[in-house]
Design a protein around this ligand. Structure first.
Ligand SMILES: [Zn+2]
Length: 538
């Protein structure tokens, strides 16, 4: 059975039918680079990466537009933008009010410098939003590459796959001018404080992606929209395309004065510019209804207003009602059962976890192991389990590479595993079932051989955990720091003291050190060969 996928736009699971299955076009809304990517961001990005890897897998089949099967090979042109301007703190409202997130990043860097908490290696001018964006973009690409996000790995060779909003202002201005020209946008205000808004009433299906109607958006807009702007707008849901503001932290000349673009416009422009043959010029000139992309993803919080607005303004230019054939939205990540927040202390960036010794492979598996349309619950226990699963699969593959003779029983187990894995991912990307299929197969194959290693490789081309770069082994002599337990000199010293105490048969002292370590958050275990494993105690 070919891949079937849930489409947010139609609210049904449908056969995934790209315009040309040999060359699938995919746009993912990327990070606003005013901070490091957190694990909630990465859950969404890795779900998109998994989908992209599955579409490219020889195990996956797709449906051609004429309903026949497409067996591959195929390429996925995957683009993920970097938002480095125009994302305001109040962007859930339609006016683009609040502060630019890049300006906030500058303030945070000033505070971090004062308190001595500036991230290691940070030498960035807080008054220069371009420098801040470059700083966090580089860190994001490092983190994402460690986690196996293919688009970030590819972008190191071809940066055009991760376009920056600030490099596309010219295209946004051309796009806004076309919207005004075609009566989908209008200018308000007087020189010095002009704004350009999208006219939602000019696109009657506005709201279809998010399940809103123009009427309930009118009713629900009270309080979110400034009175003064409200009076200028034709409808409360009309959203900002350009804001004239000569005082803004980042600004460009435009036909509507010096200012900055709205957040939504950047993604329409970058998606069409990079994914459509002929780029933005072709998209602006093409006959209505002849251009679409195949896939568009983002976190569920992007559905409204961001993707609703993107769809409206894009369709206003290219025609049709979809902009993207499929809209893919992974659900939120919870941490230990709770919503992640800085105030609760359960907020993690990928970088935080690597610094604690968490292996990228374990973090990736933990973030992809739950079905993307359910809330994943990230936990330290889950990370440890993920780490064990990765180790088990690695051992299995290593054993399989020893070229033991193959057996009919192995071949039967492989066929079953291949079918179960494929059926699971074809069924709306059911990763928990796909992982269970591998675990069952590994358990059922006591003496794996080379064809088993090959099959594991083809599974791992999709899950992408076995060959993730490993953190430098966190060990000091025969002391092994397990994932989650950061290397600590004081701990190392105490463990040496404990070894000396045991040697002197001072077991009371050895026990006291164990208790002391526990109080510091470290659980220790004596393992084979006189080594000591150190894990986080929780
Ligand atoms: Zn976007």
């Amino acid at each position: 059975m070919p891949l079937r996928l849930y489409n947010t736009l139609t609210r049904t699971i449908e056969p995934f039918t790209p315009a040309d299955p040999a060359r699938v076009t995919f746009y993912t809304c990327g990070l606003t680079v005013y901070d490091d990517g957190h694990i909630g961001n990465f859950r969404s990005f890795l779900a998109a990466d998994l989908l992209r890897r599955w579409i490219q897998s020889p195990l996956c089949s797709l449906t051609n537009p004429d309903a026949s099967l497409h067996q591959g090979p195929r390429q996925v042109l995957h683009v993920m933008n970097i938002t480095d301007v125009g994302h305001m703190t109040d962007d859930q409202a339609a006016d683009g009010q609040g502060q630019d997130k890049m300006a906030i990043a500058g303030q945070r860097i000033i505070e971090a410098t004062k308190s001595g908490k500036l991230p290691h290696g940070a030498d960035v001018d807080p008054a220069d939003p371009y420098a801040i964006a470059r700083f966090f973009t580089e860190r994001f690409i490092q983190d994402a590459s460690r986690l196996g996000l293919n688009v970030a790995i590819e972008a190191q060779r071809d940066p055009s796959l991760m376009p920056r909003a600030t490099d596309n202002i010219h295209g946004m201005i051309a796009f806004i001018a076309a919207l005004i020209d075609r009566q989908h946008a209008y200018i308000t205000g007087t020189p010095g404080s002009r704004a350009v808004y999208f006219d939602v009433q000019s696109f009657p299906s506005y709201g279809q992606l998010s399940g809103n109607t123009l009427d309930n958006l009118r009713g629900g807009a009270g309080g979110r929209v400034l009175e003064q702007n409200q009076a200028d707008k034709k409808h409360p849901a009309d959203f900002l395309l350009w804001k004239e503001d000569p005082t803004h932290v980042m600004k460009w000349p435009s036909p509507w004065g010096q200012g900055y673009p709205g957040w939504h416009i950047e993604c329409s422009v970058m998606a069409l510019a990079r994914l459509i043959p002929g780029g933005l010029d072709q998209a602006l000139a093409a006959p209505a209804g002849t251009i679409e992309i195949d896939l568009h993803s983002g976190g569920e919080d992007n559905i409204f207003p961001h993707h609703e607005c993107e769809r409206a303004q894009s369709c206003a230019i290219i025609g049709g009602q979809r902009f993207s054939r499929f809209w893919f939205h992974p659900r939120f990540l919870l941490v230990e059962g709770e919503k992640m927040s800085k105030s609760k202390g359960n907020f993690f960036t990928a970088r935080d976890l690597f610094a604690q010794g968490i292996e990228p492979a374990a973090l990736r598996l933990e973030l992809i192991k739950t079905h993307y349309r359910t809330n994943a619950n990230f936990s330290m226990q889950g990370l440890r389990d993920a780490d064990r699963i990765v180790e088990r699969w690695r051992r299995f593959r290593d054993q399989a590479r020893t070229n033991a003779p193959d057996s009919p029983a192995n071949a039967t187990a492989r066929d079953h595993a291949r079918q179960s894995f494929t059926a699971a991912l074809d069924n709306d990307l059911n990763t928990p079932e796909a992982i269970a299929a591998i675990n069952q197969w590994v358990s059922a194959t006591a003496a794996p051989s080379q064809p088993d290693a090959d099959l594991m490789d083809s599974f791992d081309a999709v899950l992408a955990v076995l060959d993730r770069p490993r953190l430098e082994r966190q060990s000091a002599g025969n002391i092994i720091f397990m994932p989650g337990a950061a290397t600590d000199d004081a701990v190392v010293a105490l463990i040496h003291d404990r070894a000396a105490a045991k040697k002197a048969r001072d077991f009371a002292r050895a026990d006291a050190i164990r208790t002391d370590l526990l109080a510091r958050g470290y659980a220790i275990k004596d393992v084979a060969g006189g080594a000591v494993e150190v894990a986080r105690a929780d």
